[in-house]
Design a binder for this molecule. Sequence first.
Ligand code: NAD
Ligand code: 3DD
Length: 425
Amino acid sequence: MHCLVFKVTDYKIRDIKLAKQGRLKIDWAESRMPVLMQLRRKFAKTKPLKGYRIAGCLHVTKETAVLVETFVEAGAEVSWSGCNPLSTQDDVAAALAANGIAVYAWHGLDSKEYYWCIEKTLEFKPQLTLDDGADLIFTVHTKHPKLAKEVIGAAEETTTGVHRLRAMAADGKLLYPVLAVNDQQTKMEMDNVHGTGQSALDGILRATNILFAGSTVVVAGYGHCGRGVAHRAKGLGSDVIITEIDSIAALKARMEGFRVMPMKDAASEGDIFVTTTGCRDVLTTKHFSKMKDGAVLSNAGHFNVEVDVEGLEKMAKSHRVIRPNNREFTLSGGKRIYLLGEGRLVNLAAAEGHPSSVMDMSFANQLLGMIYLKDHAHELSNDVHLLPREIDERIASLKLASMGIEIDKLTSAQKHYISDYAEGT
Ligand code: NAD
Ligand code: 3DD
């Protein structure tokens, strides 16, 4: 629990007067993030990040605020920007600024302002950077090669960011080691699946109040996010269709009870569309022309490239904002198509993102990842690295304990048996 102490530091946000309301949201998030708060209490004593400066570029939500203030309690200096123009919660940003954090973020900023904010976070010459989508690390690599020499390592939160960084590494372009935090089991199998599964539908519901039961939901991509969205939509009574480009993922979807078909066929069947691919041009004009009147389009992928918004704008005779985060496009012949969150990740643009209790694990990985880099970056090549499995296991154990769940332990005889080969039939 924080009392509001206004500390003087540089920041640029929407309105500092929102700080009190933002603090309440952060207090709520803290109450649902037991693993991160337990680690905060431990590291507030030992200060493992003392003397380190962390620049972060990650959605400014109440959960991110808990991570940022945990970094500070662990001894770090922190500067922060958002990683999406529509995901910043202005009251949370105000609470961070009021608590002395150098935060540069406000809801609805334009592209120029977005990159201005990233530049501001680099002014204090961080030794560690943290990304969600790799815009910060890409800025360091393309615009601040000198600063890159002072960075010991970085972490990347999401799948698309890891893809970008793996491609940079393959080109020999990475100037320092990067941790693929996204690829942790306690992140990818939790946040991407269960977080996105719930929060994407949350965003769709807040923007439409639509009834899922009886509707046909088309989910593009049956990876971690798509799987979560498909199962949650099914749970709400929808008939779910999956589209894929990967035969194995498509087969998994079919075996788990979903209809699978190309988007050219699904386009005319869907009532609600959710893209979760990390790819571009998944829903385009050739699909819009086949859609039913009233079709709802949303994206849960990291960037706003999955729905061809420009193509829809060109195709439409008119458009209007009919509800918050919900734009109605009227096509020739009167057909209406509804685009949520401007095609940006619908869970963060039209809702609050994943629930705190799943971000608890994602951000415990970020915290332990930063400490791991502090201790081991000098041993790592300029490539994308996984964190040690022990970190995953530690977070899973802490989370289970916070849920009051115990598991069995192998006996010595069992350990011997599973590591031996002599015993047969
Ligand atoms: P993933 O790699 O596990 O799954 C992506 C799936 O999409 C794969 O099965 C792939 O075969 C499929 N795919 C790729 N291109 C396709 C296309 N053109 N048409 C149909 N299917 C296609 O990735 P993931 O972890 O599920 O992440 C997906 C996206 O969501 C990424 O951009 C990631 O950064 C983002 N993400 C968003 C959130 C959020 O809060 N909204 C959370 C986690 C990840
Ligand atoms: N992401 C989703 N919900 C979030 C929240 N409440 N706070 C911060 C970030 C949040 C995005 C993450 O899931 C990130 O891991 C991603 O995009 O993969």
